[in-house]
Every structure is written in structure tokens, then in C-alpha cells.
Ligand binder design. Structure first.
Ligand code: NAD
Length: 252
């Protein structure tokens, strides 16, 4: 599944899963816009060292004009946009807790980045995808939504919203040959996961692994193949789907 120079915007590409998406899709021949609210130079260095073609972009997904500037920069640099990986999210920095103990400001922050941010980036790139004759959007959902993770209801709810957005948008954009799908991974070992679980990390990873059919925790590299397939023309008739990458925890 070579990507033949497809132009792929990856949000949240400064670290973790987004960095791995940028590296993996770049290695498969994609031209990458690595976008994040934080500095993406480490991601760009990794990609360039492997001979890939990539630019960084400072993006705040909460801000539609920032998202539109990103799309404009992608088109100015590479001439088109073929795919968007909506990976940026508030995850690591969110504090868990009982549903009635979550701070209203944390609830609003989760919705603003994880839901509105996805909507903003879709709005920003779709005109360029229409111009290119089609495209592929891959949204990061989570096992939190498909399983129903407790004690982090702001995060769980935001990821369930991403699944609904994926389905509704897939129906709206089919006539434009733009596909919209979601990935729903279980816990992946990233800095974000370390921050989210804190000193409960080992116990949480054990519990999550225990619920999997294949009993191994995920690494970011376990997600790249699915993203590559969804971006590629091999998945030309796949849209509106949420693909679980969870070692067989929730069987959709
Ligand atoms: N790690 C997991 O276990 C796991 C499991 C399921 C789903 N996910 C999802 O996968 C994605 C990546 O997870 P991760 O563990 O790499 O997360 P992470 O917290 O390590 O990285 C998130 C990235 O998003 C960026 N970001 C945050 N707010 C932003 C904003 N306003 N604008 C632009 N960029 C912003 C951060 O700077 C960071 O680089 C997230 O959507 C997460 O919800 C993660």
C-alpha cells in the first residue's frame, strides 16, 4: 500500500501516536504536514532522516482560522490535500475522577479540543479535498467510547462524539468521494497514557490487557497499518466505520 505522494495532514504530530503516524505514513510515500500546538521539529527530523517529505505547522485545533491557515499552507506547499488524520486531543493532561467531580472547565476543554477541534479541521481541509476529487479523513476515537470507560467521562464522551461525527460526516461527504472513518484503540503506551494514568499506570495497563483476546499492550506502531490502509485507495469503499484496534476487547 504505497501512498504515491498523497498529501496527508496529521494533527497532534509533535509526539506519541501522531508522531508515529507522521513517520509511518511518510515512510510509505506520503507527503506530510505535521501539525500541533507544540513544536513538531523532532517529528520533521525523523521524517527527513528517513528521506520523507514533510513540513511542520503550529496549529491550535480549537481555532478555525488556525485550521484554515494550516490547510492553505498545505496546498501552497504540496498543491493539494488527500488525507487528514484527526489525532490531536486533550488526553494526557486531563484529570480523571467520578462523573460529578469533573471540573466544568475540564469538561469544556475536552469538548473544545477533542470534538470541536475535529470539526474545525474537517471544515478546513474539505474544500481542498473536493478540489482534488476526493479524500480520506481518519478520526481518532478510543476504546474509552466503545467500551464505556468510567472515571473520565469528559474524555469518554468526547470520543463517543467523534464516532457520531464520523458517521454523519461520512454520509454528507460520500458524494464528494471523501471517506470518513475512525480508529478506536485500547491503551497505547505513550507519554499521554503515562500522564493520564499517573501512578495507576501499571495496574491500568494490566487490567486493559486482561480484557484483550490478544494479551499484549499496544505500541503506537500497532496503529499505523490501519491508518495507512484507510488513507490508501485500497479502502476506496470503506466509509463511516469505526475500527477497533484493541487486541480483541470490544468486537464491533
Ligand atoms: N494513547 C492511548 O492510549 C490512546 C488510546 C485511544 C485513543 N487515543 C487517541 O489517540 C490520539 C493520540 O494519543 P496520544 O497518546 O499520542 O496523545 P498525546 O497526549 O501524547 O498527544 C496529543 C497531541 O495533541 C496535541 N494537541 C493537544 N491540544 C492541541 C490543540 N489544541 N491543537 C493542536 N494540537 C494539540 C498535543 O500537543 C500532543 O502532541 C488522541 O486523539 C487520543 O485521544 C490514545
Amino acid at each position: 500500500m504505497e501512498l504515491d505522494g498523497k498529501v496527508i495532514v496529521v494533527t497532534g504530530a509533535a509526539r506519541g501516536i501522531g508522531q508515529e503516524f507522521a513517520r509511518g505514513l511518510g515512510a510509505a510515500g506520503g507527503r506530510i504536514v505535521a501539525a500541533d500546538i507544540n513544536d513538531c521539529s523532532a517529528t520533521i527530523e525523523q521524517l527527513s532522516a528517513a528521506g520523507g517529505s514533510a513540513i511542520p505547522f503550529r496549529l491550535d485545533v480549537r481555532d478555525i482560522s488556525s485550521a484554515r491557515d494550516m490547510a492553505e499552507t498545505a496546498v501552497e506547499t504540496f498543491g493539494r490535500i488527500d488525507a487528514l488524520i484527526n489525532n490531536a486531543a486533550l488526553y494526557g493532561p486531563l484529570r480523571g475522577g467520578r462523573f460529578d467531580a469533573i471540573a466544568e472547565s475540564d469538561w469544556d476543554a475536552a469538548m473544545s479540543v477533542n470534538v470541536k477541534g475535529v470539526w474545525n479541521c474537517c471544515k478546513a481541509v474539505v474544500p481542498a479535498m473536493r478540489q482534488a476529487g476526493g479524500g480520506s479523513i481518519v478520526n481518532m476515537a478510543s476504546l474509552a467510547a466503545t467500551y464505556g470507560m468510567p472515571y473520565g467521562l469528559h474524555y469518554t464522551t468526547s470520543k463517543a462524539a467523534v464516532i457520531g461525527l464520523t458517521r454523519g460526516l461520512a454520509r454528507e461527504l460520500g458524494r464528494d468521494r471523501i471517506r470518513v472513518n475512525a480508529l478506536a484503540p485500547s491503551a497505547v503506551l505513550t507519554e499521554g497514557t503515562r500522564e493520564f494514568f499517573g501512578d495507576r499506570l501499571d495496574r491500568a495497563l494490566d487490567v486493559i490487557k486482561g480484557g484483550q483476546s490478544i494479551q499484549r499492550n499496544l505500541a503506537p506502531s500497532d496503529l499505523v497499518g490501519a491508518a495507512l490502509w484507510l488513507v490508501s485507495d485500497a479502502a476506496a469503499l470503506v466509509t463511516g466505520q469505526t475500527i477497533a484496534i484493541d487486541g480483541g476487547t470490544v468486537m464491533l
